[in-house]
Write a protein that binds this ligand. Structure first.
Ligand code: ZN
Length: 437
């Protein structure tokens, strides 16, 4: 068993052991943290944390402490949180809480140069699920106090027995807590007020299906009818037989900016912040199950004027699936997105760009245009920021469709520069819906 990325001590071997807290959380956690707090408070507690907060639940005050932390090795089923690549993604910095919270698996944080966000993953036993609200509030307070530069902490609480990373079974609870909304989150924790940036798994979602580790690399049509359509769609641009490879009128300096595999609780607020700062609207190809678990990010996208599109429910390759399953992958995602946005979904991108004449026809029957791309700079391959920037700039064309991934760290590094250069070159980057078709 791992806690905070480290193997924890077995039962009875001291504070931090999982089973010590199984039956009586948060009581034992509170006592253990309080004891540790007494030992270190004189040296570590800042004056701000010593101020009593009359609205806060009765939980121990956090200790600010940041220490470097080694990256964990991959987990089974962990196809994300960073896009899979031929080169390893750079390790994200980790925040270590001192004293630790037994349920915290890890906290990663990242900045886009303007705002800094942390994502804390927790795992809980069935008994601890009775205390999700106070646990989530306790963790949010501790993380924000431990790193004053954080603007937001996002929380994903998983069932301990089935946790298999971001691509595994969905969390039991998620929350997004901007520092400025911490009081509102505390009020939710004590059931005094509702809080809209939280999601609790209702337990009746579609059965878990493992995501495919596919790269949106080269669109792969299969079958003669789709292939002939593809040639036509590539040649003339615009929508042809339900396919879209590029915009129709190359005389206009318009190109579409698209992000696949959204939303992600660490990267999404950082990406949305950069787009907002530059005034750029984009299309997000959303994984339905992740939209379900992080609905507030989908609402953020719509509120900021972005377009939300379909990228299957489980991020699976469609051609090997029975057609009924492939249709469900598209249909379920349409349903989730329509419920969240109030709008019909118009665009679909198959994972890996893989489709068949049957899935193309099924997408059309669901009102979806199947969208590919003209420019894949390979952000998921982690080629390095300079290489990525060069590829983006050199391939930008009128009518183009730029493919990026919302969870590629190097994308975040270069996006602001790319948007600035594109604007200087006279390009207007927009949504797929904004391209002439
Ligand atoms: Zn994808």
């Amino acid at each position: 068993m791992f806690r905070n990325g480290q193997r924890i001590k077995p039962v009875g071997s001291g504070w931090g052991g999982r089973r010590q807290h199984q039956l009586s959380w948060p009581g034992q956690v509170v006592r253990a943290v309080a004891a540790a707090f007494c030992l270190g408070a004189a040296l570590l507690a800042p004056a701000a944390l010593a101020q009593p907060d009359p609205d806060a639940p009765q939980l121990p005050a956090p200790l600010p402490f940041l220490a470097p932390f080694p990256p964990a090795s991959g987990l089974p089923g962990q196809v994300q949180p960073v896009a899979p690549g031929t080169r390893p993604a750079p390790a994200l910095p980790r925040l270590q809480l001192t004293p630790p919270i037994a349920q915290v698996f890890r906290t990663e944080y990242l900045s886009n140069g303007f705002t800094e966000v942390a994502h804390t993953v927790l795992t809980v036993t069935p008994q601890e699920r009775q205390h999700l609200r106070p646990l989530a509030v306790f963790v949010a307070r501790r993380v924000l106090a431990a790193r004053p530069s954080l603007d937001e902490v996002d929380i994903s609480v998983y069932d301990q027995g089935s946790y298999a990373g971001f691509g595994g079974p969905l969390p039991v609870l998620t929350a997004s807590v901007p520092r400025a909304r911490l009081d509102d989150f505390l009020a939710w924790g004590t059931r005094r007020r509702p809080y809209e940036r939280v999601w609790v798994n209702p337990g009746n979602l579609p059965q878990f299906r493992q995501a495919d580790r596919v790269l949106e690399n080269v669109p792969l049509p299969s079958g003669a009818p789709a292939s002939s359509l593809e040639l036509q769609a590539r040649r003339q641009g615009g929508r042809v037989g339900g396919l879209l490879y590029r915009g129709k009128d190359p005389s206009l300096p318009l190109a579409a900016l698209t992000f696949d595999d959204a939303p992600h609780p660490l990267f999404e607020p950082l990406l949305l912040d950069l787009l907002r700062r530059s005034g750029t609207k984009a299309t997000f190809f959303v994984i339905g199950r992740n939209a379900t678990a992080y609905p507030y990010f989908i609402r953020d996208m719509v509120q900021q004027g972005h377009e939300v599109a379909n990228h299957t429910y489980h991020h699976v390759r469609l051609p090997p699936l029975p057609l009924a399953d492939a249709i469900n992958e598209m249909r379920w995602t349409n349903t989730v997105l329509r419920q969240l946005t109030g709008k019909p979904v118009r665009y679909f991108r198959p994972p890996g760009g893989e489709y068949t004449p049957e899935t193309l026809q099924a997408a059309r029957a669901l009102g979806l245009t199947t969208v590919f791309w003209t420019d894949d700079p390979g952000d998921f391959q982690n080629p390095g920021a300079a290489t990525l920037q060069g590829r983006l700039q050199s391939k930008l064309r009128p009518g183009g469709i730029v493919l990026l991934h919302d969870n590629a760290p190097q994308m975040l590094e270069v996006l602001q520069n790319f948007l600035r250069v594109a604007r200087q070159q006279g390009y207007h980057l927009t949504t797929v819906g904004g391209l002439p078709k």
